[in-house]
Ligand binder design. Structure first.
Ligand code: S3P
Length: 171
């Protein structure tokens, strides 16, 4: 598979809590590709956490940085890249991913997402009085973009390795 990918990266997209980092890490190990997490790279580049970037500089600034970091990572050859939930919505980023990578959407239901994100308090977009409503609105706005990926994978509550197997078959 890695040979077939050539210079292309594999990029995971999807909502927060869909399992992009967990599944991505395991997929990368199986495919023997370096795993990179865009959120983590943004934090390293900025020298601050994502909640702090949102708070200090605001979301538009975060989105610009996110697009730059992803553009840079896509130049690094075959890697497995997990992107933050909002990245693929940006036209320029979606186009770059289309040119340089095979894209996989990890699709998860709202209730699964809500349950998973509740475990960690690190999503600035969900610091609202109504996280469930916010998730529903984000899903509605983002699904038309996520549907444009090459491969869709159902992120259910099954063992991670099963989802990884499905991903590898689909690739
Ligand atoms: C965001 C998702 C987060 C992070 C930021 C914004 C989003 O990444 O990039 O909090 O817009 O959905 P994960 O999808 O890895 O949680």
């Amino acid at each position: 598979i890695v040979a077939a990918l050539g210079k292309r990266a594999v990029v995971l997209v999807g909502m927060m809590g869909a399992g992009k980092s967990t599944i991505g890490r395991r997929m990368a190990a199986r495919l023997r590709l370096p795993f990179l997490d865009a959120d983590h790279e943004i934090e390293t580049a900025a020298g601050m956490s994502i909640p702090d970037i949102f708070e200090v500089h605001g979301e538009p600034h975060f989105r610009d940085g996110e697009a730059r970091v992803i553009a840079r990572l896509l130049e690094s050859g075959p890697i497995l890249l997990a992107t933050g939930g909002g990245a693929y919505v940006r036209d320029e980023t979606r186009q770059r991913i289309r040119d340089k990578a095979i894209s996989l959407w990890l699709k998860a239901d709202a209730d699964v997402i809500l349950r998973r994100v509740k475990k960690r308090d690190n999503r600035p977009l969900l610091k609202t009085p109504d996280p469930a409503g916010t998730i529903a609105r984000l899903i509605e706005a983002r699904h038309p973009f996520y549907e444009q990926t090459d491969i869709t994978l159902d992120s259910r509550d099954v063992p991670h390795e099963k989802i990884v197997d499905e991903a590898i078959v689909a690739l």
